[in-house]
Write a protein that binds this ligand. Structure first.
Ligand code: SIN
Length: 534
């Protein structure tokens, strides 16, 4: 793959330089919790592209999986995670996740996070159910769990003198020499300048790349930059072909990105096709509570069969008071669109939701680049395998953010700041206009949505690759003059990696389903696909 090493030409001697012990990219649960887990004697800069409260974590509705019930155990949580992951999870890493879950939940409760209590015993947390969990183990704060956790963690980080949150800072590239990371090159939207943020430890918690797709539950900031700048810097990406589509996203002409949490199905909602018939038991014995990839694919196939654009979620057997209290965000959002979920079926269709793949990391969040770590959706440590189990994502951000926090001392060990000079100068063509960049971004997203979605095949994947190559031919060594250029260049690179991995994996497993290779092939493909630029 031929890509320029850096998105822009620059010389750090001519840029404003900033230094902190740690730079964290991203202000979702993984980024902010990591900052709180690092010894306060270290200075930390959290860099976020938007305002601090805009992240994918904030939108997480369902909750956090943790085995708290007396009849539950980390072992049972492990088993469910491995089953959903369809043979590709790293069992040792999953064991860390499930064993360290409760302690991290305890820590965030100490930071003031409040989860719903069991109505029959207020000394316990209420435990909800979600797909592919063999028991009730989802703790939640109504249907706005991500917001509750992020609000409280951000409030704590804001009070810490050693943590500074810098908003509207776009990380363009990692500053890496001899496979060691010294900081990041950024574009600061506040004063329209490029800057170098140096640090002894750089942590990427920038989230996934849902916006490669036309319909996603992710906010606009979830573009492919984390994966792209890591790849350009020589880090490995893993499992990029596994992209999770959430089965039940509101299907309304004014809104196709609002999530209808799996917790609604966990609470007894059933899926119906356009004729009002239930269909999930025709596809899987667990019906509506089958693993997420199975439910999304079944809905897709059912829609193909009936020619409908959507199916329906029916929870009308529950009364209005209950629904309004248990799912206030969903209830009120539906009502805004004229849907009273206590009386009406909710129109839903699958949309992109979560990237299982990302920057390859070890069990301490370490990447193959020295002093560069990753956690949360940006990382791929083998927890999710081919398909993430519901409500394991916020948990992953907590457990591995905390592990990086504990490692920080070892990495930094009070060393003096190092700020080597970086210079990059490539011949570059003149920049494209914003309109040109936007048009190409749209074209790319349409190709990804059409050909690299829930069901794939070689023909479609090569069609998508052709679109990528046509756009790529036009962007190599272009001057990058706008945000849209940066997004486009990153998205093209990440799309190429996803498509190449999807072409390579000639089998169906978890979220990667190939109609031309519909079976799982453990003999050839029970392994991860890892991509590296050099
Ligand atoms: C949901 O509430 O359905 C989403 C939870 C998750 O993605 O784990």
């Amino acid at each position: 793959m031929d890509y320029s090493r850096y998105l822009i030409n620059f010389d750090t001697d001519k840029l404003e330089k900033c230094y902190s012990d740690v730079v964290i990219i991203g202000s979702g649960i993984a980024g902010v919790y990591t900052s709180l887990s690092i010894d306060p004697k270290y200075s930390i800069s959290i860099l976020t592209k938007e305002r601090v409260e805009i992240s994918n974590s904030v939108l997480a509705q369902g909750g956090i999986a943790v085995s708290l019930d007396k009849n539950d155990s980390p072992e049972s949580h492990l088993k469910d995670t491995l089953y959903a992951g369809a043979g590709l999870c790293n069992e040792d890493t999953v064991r860390v996740l499930v064993n360290e879950a409760a302690a991290n939940i305890g820590r965030i409760c100490d930071y003031g996070v409040e989860f719903d209590k069991n109505p029959n015993d207020k000394s316990e947390l209420a435990l909800g159910r979600e797909a592919a969990h063999s028991t009730n183990r989802i703790i939640h704060a109504g249907d706005a769990t991500g917001k509750e956790v992020c609000d409280k963690l951000i409030a704590n980080a804001t009070k810490r003198e050693n943590i500074k949150i810098h908003e509207q800072i776009w990380v363009l590239d990692l500053l890496v020499k001899d496979n060691t990371c010294y900081g990041v090159l950024v574009f600061d939207e506040n004063d329209n300048s490029y800057k170098a943020y140096y640090a002894g430890l750089v942590i990427c918690a920038s989230g996934g790349y849902g916006n490669l797709y036309k319909y996603t539950t992710n906010p606009d900031v979830a573009t492919g930059d984390g994966a792209a700048f890591s790849f350009r810097a020589g880090a490995e990406l893993m499992d990029m072909e596994f992209i999770q589509f959430h089965p039940t996203v509101l299907y309304h002409k004014e809104n196709r990105s609002f999530l209808i949490s799996e917790a609604v199905r966990g609470d007894g909602a059933v899926l119906r096709n356009g004729a009002g018939e239930r269909f999930m038991h025709n596809y899987h014995e667990l019906g509506e509570l089958a693993p997420r990839d199975v439910v999304a694919r079944s809905i897709f196939l059912e829609m193909q069969k009936t020619g409908d654009t959507n199916v329906f979620l029916d929870i009308t057997h529950k009364d209005r008071d209950y629904l309004e209290k248990r799912f206030p965000t969903i209830f009120n959002t539906c009502l805004k669109y004229g849907i009273d979920m206590s009386k009406d079926y909710i129109p839903v269709a699958p949309a992109e939701h979560y990237c299982m793949g990302g920057i390859r990391t070890g069990v301490y969040g370490n990447t193959t680049v020295k002093n560069f770590y990753a956690c949360g959706e940006a990382a791929c440590n083998g927890i999710h395998g081919a398909n993430r189990l519901a409500s394991n994502s916020l948990l992953e951000g907590l457990v591995f953010g905390n592990r990086i926090g504990r490692e920080a001392e070892e990495i930094l060990c009070d060393k003096e700041p190092e700020m080597p000079r970086f210079v990059y100068n490539a011949d570059r063509d003149k920049a494209r206009t914003v309109a040109e960049a936007k048009r190409d971004i749209t074209r790319l997203r349409e190709a990804m949505t059409k050909h690299v979605g829930i069901i794939r095949n070689a023909d479609g994947l090569y069609k998508a690759l052709k679109v990528v190559m046509e756009i790529k031919d036009k962007i190599i060594e272009r001057e990058n003059a706008s945000m849209y250029d940066f997004i486009l260049q990153n998205d093209v690179m990440v799309s190429e990696i996803i498509i190449m991995s999807a072409i390579e994996r000639r089998e169906s497993r978890g979220a990667h389903y190939r109609s031309d290779y519909p079976e799982k092939n453990d003999v050839r493909w029970k392994k991860n696909i890892v991509k590296k630029l050099y």
